[in-house]
Design a protein around this ligand. Structure first.
Ligand code: NDP
Ligand code: MG
Length: 348
């Protein structure tokens, strides 16, 4: 039997948390996926290491001084074409040989690269949720017009994608996103004012970048994900729900009109969703071990306390208001998190 050609991948945000999980998938499936381009902001040493290991022909550093430092250090392999700046990042997204672009940069800076890749006819694996919250209408329209796939890589949306595939859309009643509730789920409410950036960047279940870990504590992450689900799956806010599930094993539910509820389960690691997107529609053996039901396991669910998580309420409000409200929600959150991490403002 003839083996199918390798998928050619561009990875934006290669040095981050999602980037690292993606590299693990690539090590496991080097016969199926090939890295043809990588980008990071300023971590040139790490990006150079990635280029050596995966023999990546194209790399971009957004940050000018990081690029100069890399040039001086001659740290990249001579076969890698290294460039710098936003124009170079956008050009990378149009690389003729690429099939798919994984957007794993953090924040609003993902929007332009995503739109550029879509216009160039590349399939998108979408980890970055901020770009949909900011420009969902444009992204969805562009994807339809260019007949490209938007493959949901965020674990909840990937779960839903797997649960609704092959089912007539009119049979779907609602989507229920699971949320860990973050690291302060059980912390006394009157001590939340004292939360430090160090505490807010440690998650009990997931190992993730600092911004999304803070978003997870405040549940602004789930707020962003509700809006992301609205755009990806075309459901109105009253058909999108959130349930707290502390173990992060069930990654979301799709409920059908007859009351049947489908779920997707796997351990809390992003390699499952990333691999699903990168090999889609094919499947292969997992990068990591999955759940083992011979070991005792408990799955708990409870409704979120909206007094504890006002960011969740604000997301519903932004979604219902529509227009630029979700973009404002996202911008306010990005700036608040940045200032909190810089110790400019407190947690509350
Ligand atoms: P990290 O902070 O760990 O990594 C961010 C990556 O983006 C780094 O590689 C960084 O480069 C790069 N980057 C930032 N700005 C630019 C820029 N202007 N140009 C090029 N590269 C840039 O973030 P995460 O991996 O945690 O998250 C990435 C996205 O995925 C977020 O939108 C997040 O919400 C989403 N997501 C993450 C999950 C997770 O498990 N981490 C789960 C689900 C969704 P450098 O290292 O040089 O700064
Ligand atoms: Mg998620």
């Amino acid at each position: 039997m003839e083996s199918s050609p390798k998928k050619k991948l561009i990875l934006l945000g290669a040095t981050g948390s999602i980037g690292g999980s993606t590299l693990r998938v690539l090590r496991e499936h080097s016969d199926r996926i090939e890295l043809v381009g990588v980008a990071a902001n300023s971590n040139h040493a790490e990006l150079a290491t990635i280029c050596h290991e995966f023999k990546v022909p194209n790399a971009v550093l957004s940050d000018q001084s990081a690029y100069q430092a890399a040039e001086q250090a001659h740290s990249f392999p001579s076969e890698t074409q290294l460039s710098c700046g936003e124009t170079a990042l956008l050009e990378l997204c149009t690389l003729p040989e690429a099939d798919i672009v994984l957007i794993a940069v953090v924040g609003a800076c993902g929007l332009k690269p995503a739109l550029t890749a879509i216009e160039a006819g590349k399939d998108i694996a979408l980890a970055n949720k901020e770009l949909l919250v900011l420009g969902g209408a444009f992204v969805i329209e562009a994807a339809k017009r260019n007949h490209v796939r938007l493959l949901p890589t965020d674990s909840e949306h990937n779960a839903i994608f797997q649960c609704i595939e092959g089912h007539p859309r009119e049979h779907l009643d609602k989507l229920i996103l699971t949320a860990s509730g973050g690291q302060f789920r059980d912390r006394a409410a009157d001590t939340l004012a004292d939360v430090t950036p160090e505490e807010a960047t440690q998650h009990p279940n997931w190992s993730m970048g600092p911004k999304i870990t803070v978003d997870s504590a405040t549940m602004a992450n789930k707020g962003l994900e509700l809006i992301e689900a609205h755009w990806l799956f075309g459901l109105e806010p009253d058909r999108l729900e959130v349930v707290i599930h502390p173990q992060s094993i069930v990654h979301s539910f799709a409920q059908y009109i007859d009351g049947s509820i489908l779920a997707q389960l796997c351990p809390p690691s992003m390699t499952f969703a990333i691999q699903h997107c990168l090999l889609y529609p094919d499947r292969a053996s997992g990068t990591e071990k999955t759940l083992d039901f011979s070991e005792a396991m408990q799955l708990d669910f409870k409704a979120p306390d909206l007094d504890r998580y006002p960011c969740l309420l604000l997301a519903y409000e932004a979604m219902r208001t529509g227009g630029s409200s979700p973009a404002i929600y996202n911008a306010a959150n990005e700036i608040a998190v940045e200032r909190f991490l810089a110790k400019d403002i407190g947690y509350l």
